[in-house]
Design a protein. Structure first.
Length: 431
């Protein structure tokens, strides 16, 4: 005799217990993944400039990383929709590990095209980091969604602040292994990604997305039956259509996309701006660490504010911070300065506001069965836009300089502010 399925309220009670463990597991993987991602970011532009012999091409290393992260979102979202969060996140970290190996090899033999292939695959690690924040919302109650998402974002702080400071120790590791001096940072990336993958494979059980779907199915079976097949399979094209048809999801996608473009465009060119002023690599690593601390360190505050005063107000706060950030950075001279450092910290803080508020809005704007498709599509738009912004950043800096780049980033931030104010009837400022 087949046992009767547990009632929905029993499943919901179990979900509350699972949610705490899920958030802790995701925080652990974010810490490890953050070390890997930040280590690579700190050296990518400098290695690309050395290998290619051109400052104008230097931005392509980080740009291909962002582009790879965007494109790899497509298969990862499909994996998640079909098999759950765990398989998608683990696969992304394994692809990122392959990218780290290729980047190390390319830097050592001086192959620019192999370097770009490596950094493209390396971008899968950013896919894992980005999609993990959504996994934290699968079982979250609506009134705590912003905070629980933000705690997973915050966990990246530890690894991401440590990551750029691995550049110095990485030189010793590189010498030991006989590879390019700066590629030692990618050795730390490789280790972080592999350990994160193992942690998720072992501890992310039961899968939060699959459990949340089961709860939704038992609560409203008819809704599951009428759900579009493409959404159930996680097709990103269907996700894009759902975003366009859902005003709140559209606003959230625009918010996190523009905030990310502004941050990436300025951040990827900052190491080169500092190098032009003869800043030491360790100092560059410190500034990037402080920037990343700004990105993640206060994200729980952004999450709390999102739950309390509403996502649009938090985005407007972020816009103001971004404008101040690019003004301080853009007015700084080459090399290291207090103004540049403050600007980079504020750049991260403004990004945190737009990312947490935008992501929380996307997660709560569509039914659970459609989330994987919509979230994958939103991150695809964000990643492709940031990749284009990063590529153009290298050209703008080569032609007109870092100050003009920061000015253009400020204009983009102001455009987001205007869009948010214009969407008041659609996305209530009361949340």
């Amino acid at each position: 005799m087949t046992a009767a399925p547990p009632p929905t309220d029993a499943l919901t009670l179990d979900a509350h217990r699972v949610q705490g463990r899920t958030v802790l597991t995701l925080m652990g993987s974010q810490t490890l993944g953050g070390i890997g991602v930040a280590s690579g970011i700190a050296v990518a532009a400098i290695v690309a400039a050395e290998v290619s012999g051109s400052d104008a091409l230097s931005g392509l290393a980080n740009t291909t990383q962002v582009l790879g992260g965007a494109l790899i979102t497509i298969p990862v979202a499909t994996l998640m929709a079909t098999h759950g969060r765990r398989r998608g996140l683990v696969t992304a970290y394994l692809i990122g590990s392959v990218g780290a190996v290729l980047a190390i090899t390319a830097a050592t033999i001086g192959s620019f095209w192999l370097l770009l292939l490596g950094t493209t695959l390396f971008g899968a690690s950013t896919t894992a980091n980005s999609q993990a924040r959504y996994a934290a919302t699968d079982l979250a109650v609506p009134e705590r969604r912003g905070r629980q998402l933000s705690w997973v974002v915050w966990a990246t702080t530890i690894g991401s602040v440590l990551g750029p400071n691995m550049v110095g120790p990485g030189k010793w590791v590189a010498e030991l292994l006989g590879v390019h001096p700066l590629s030692g940072a990618w050795v730390f990336s490789l280790a972080g990604f592999l350990v994160a993958a193992v942690l998720l494979q072992v501890a992310l059980r039961p899968d939060p997305l699959l459990l949340s779907r089961e709860i939704a199915r038992r609560a409203a079976p008819a809704q599951e039956l009428t759900m579009p097949v493409a959404a159930r399979r996680g097709h990103v094209d269907q996700g894009l259509r759902l975003i366009l048809a859902t005003p709140a999801a559209l606003w959230g996608t625009v918010a996190l996309t523009i905030g990310h473009v502004v941050m990436v465009a300025v951040m990827v060119m900052t190491p080169l701006h500092m190098k032009h002023g003869a800043a030491e690599i360790e100092v560059i690593g410190l500034v990037i660490s402080l920037h990343i601390l700004g990105m993640y360190g206060l994200s729980p505050v952004a999450g709390l504010l999102t739950d309390r005063i509403g996502a649009p107000r938090v985005v407007l706060i972020g816009v103001g911070i971004l404008v101040l950030a690019v003004a301080l950075a853009g007015l700084s001279g080459d090399g290291f300065s207090a103004g540049l450092t403050a600007g980079l910290v504020l750049l991260g803080l403004g990004w945190s506001c737009t990312m947490v508020a935008g992501s929380g809005t996307i997660a709560g704007s569509v039914p659970v069965a459609e989330r994987a498709a919509v979230q994958g599509a939103a991150d695809l738009v964000m990643g492709l836009s940031a990749a284009a912004g990063g590529a153009l950043a290298g050209v703008v800096m080569a032609l007109w300089g870092y100050g003009v780049l920061c000015a253009l980033a400020g204009v983009a931030a102001l455009a987001l502010g205007a869009f948010t104010v214009a969407r008041r009837p659609v996305v209530s400022l009361k949340g």
